[in-house]
Design a protein around this ligand. Structure first.
Ligand code: GLN
Length: 254
């Protein structure tokens, strides 16, 4: 291996070569990521493009390829990511928006659809994908996103301002004391939920993401225990909590 992206190379040839390199690096989605990286640089789908790569494009593409070979998440290399119908800023220091989490938005939105101006709080917001996603599905919702990490907050502020969602800096552990009783229609969260065992064997891409967004304590349930014990009083009668959970945590969290 080790052939580099060269100036003058045709985009499709470069895409094929990158596919091979990403497959060798163990990237699970090498087949579409190869052409994707080329498109990130040229702005065109390589199979419809017969313009040879410029020296600048070749150098940029080679750097992207090397970073992806190191298994840096594609979302971090792109700097933005589509989620439901919105596009969010993302990068090192914040959890990548994932398509699994779109389901949480859809379920959460369904719960508040008939309420005029429903009050929504999203905890552990990260990029803000959950709160912003819900706002996109229920435009009348008054959504506030809470985030503790200063690095994640930079992305959150930018994304929330782009989509008309409020944000606050704060820690889930204690923030409930600032909330009036029975004030919310919906609380959402995609909290850190990986177990100690899972934290010790992260997929390479996930290992680049902040541990703070992943580590849910010994059994992964630390955040859910606190939510269940302390946040119920903040809900209006008939209000809901909608939470993302790990694949084996359904019974314990319920
Ligand atoms: N979905 C992430 C993973 O499985 C975990 C995100 C989280 O802890 N909230 O790696």
């Amino acid at each position: 291996g080790g052939r580099m992206v060269n100036p003058g190379q045709l985009p499709w040839a470069a895409a094929l070569e990158l596919r091979r390199r990403l497959r060798e690096a163990g990237c699970p989605d090498w087949d579409w990521e190869g052409p994707w990286l080329v498109e990130m640089v040229t702005g065109r789908q390589p199979r419809f493009d017969d313009t040879p790569l410029t020296a600048g494009q070749a150098a940029e593409l080679e750097e992207l390829a090397r970073n992806r070979e190191k298994r840096i998440p594609l979302q971090y290399l792109s700097g933005k990511w589509d989620f439901l119908t919105v596009t969010l800023r993302v990068g090192k220091g914040v959890l990548c928006p994932r398509s699994d989490t779109e389901l949480l938005c859809q379920e959460g939105a369904a719960l508040i659809q008939r309420i005029p101006e429903p009050q929504v709080l999203d905890l552990c917001a990260g990029t803000g994908c959950v709160g912003i996603g819900i706002k996109s599905l229920v435009p009348g919702a008054q959504v506030t996103c809470l985030e503790k990490s200063p690095q994640a907050l930079e992305y959150l502020k930018e994304n929330c301002s782009a989509y008309g969602v409020a944000w606050k800096e704060g820690d889930l552990f204690g923030y409930e004391k600032e909330l009036p009783a029975q004030s919310l229609d919906l609380i959402t969260a995609n909290p850190p939920y990986l177990t100690k065992e899972e934290m010790a064997q992260l997929q390479p891409e996930v290992a680049w993401e902040p541990a703070m967004a992943l580590d849910g304590g010994e059994d992964g349930l630390v955040f859910y225990r606190y939510l269940a014990a302390r946040y119920g009083d903040c809900l209006k009668p008939g209000g809901w909590m909608a939470l993302e959970i790990g694949w084996e945590q359904g019974e314990a969290v319920a």
